[in-house]
Design a protein. Structure first.
Length: 294
């Protein structure tokens, strides 16, 4: 299950990005050329070729920076799909380039299923959205990209809402916007993610800092708006969530990025719980954690 970090550049400058400031630069420098990427991928496959191909439990995640702005984006997709025709691919993107019709038409031809896409949506209006991304015009480009994907892409689509202080009070507006513009679809899922404290989000802590209990309470108030949607919650300890929300929580971080505090030891929910993000614990402690007993 390899993660392919295609390169370390992005055309957004998101205030809560987990990457450092250097990622907000669309001019590539460094060893991110196609030859290097394919060489790394070949080296990975050579050790597990017999078990990896056709193993339905594996998938490839393509991340960045922003993968779609790399000049060899399509070449790498073609190479992966040619060599692993049945392996699921997941692409994490800000979605902006999918609003370019020529780019999108080419993408549809190369993105052979199984293929899924996750696109971040930060707000339901240009003003708030672009305060978060730091790029004028990024809202309309992202919305057009999602319009194209939702209308024509056959794979699964996640709309990811990364929650922090700048948009937590906008969640109901975001959900209504999604419902009114795209509705509830079989291949569409909403993913609500409490932000991680690293990279630019750590630098901008005064702007984005938010406790888990605050975003969890806001999500509970939005629950009626989510009726009929497929949705997941990332980065939430179960005890902080209302019982009505716990079934939607998922463990998506590796164990070395999480921590279980003393109060977790006798908790009946521990086996299915994320615990706390380590960097969150360093900043906010474990005061919100509760031991759930039978």
């Amino acid at each position: 299950m390899p993660d392919i970090c295609f390169w370390n550049k992005c055309n957004n400058k998101c205030v809560m990005c987990t990457n450092p400031k250097e990622f907000s630069n669309a001019s590539p420098k460094g060893n991110y050329d196609l030859k290097t990427q394919i060489a790394k991928f070949k080296a990975y496959l050579s050790g597990i070729e017999n078990t990896y191909k056709g193993n339905g439990d594996n998938y490839i995640s393509i991340t960045g920076g922003e993968p779609t702005i790399h000049p060899d984006f399509f070449s790498l997709l073609y190479y992966i799909r040619k060599n692993l025709p049945h392996t699921p691919i997941t692409l994490l993107s800000n979605g902006r380039r999918f609003g370019e019709n020529m780019f999108f038409k080419k993408f549809i031809k190369v993105a052979i299923q199984p293929f899924s896409i996750a696109v971040a949506l930060h707000a339901a209006d240009a003003s708030n959205f672009e305060k978060i991304t730091g790029v004028k015009g990024s809202f309309s480009q992202t919305i057009k990209g999602l319009d194209n994907l939702i209308s024509h892409f056959q794979g699964h689509i996640d709309i990811r809402i990364i929650i922090h202080k700048m948009n937590v009070d906008l969640l109901d507006e975001i959900i209504r916007f999604i419902d009114e513009r795209w509705g509830k679809r079989d291949n569409l899922r909403l993913v609500f993610i409490h932000y991680e404290i690293e990279g630019m989000s750590e630098v901008n802590s005064a702007m984005v800092g938010l406790k888990l209990s605050v975003s969890a309470q806001k999500l509970l108030s939005c629950l009626p708006l989510l009726k009929g949607f497929d949705f997941h919650l990332y980065h939430y300890p179960l005890c902080i969530l209302s019982p009505k929300l716990r079934k939607y929580a998922r463990i998506t971080l590796p164990i070395d990025e999480r921590i279980y505090v003393k109060k977790c030891n006798s908790c009946v929910l521990r086996k299915k719980c994320l615990g706390l993000m380590k960097e969150y614990y360093k900043s906010y402690g474990a005061g919100e954690i509760k031991t759930m007993v039978p």
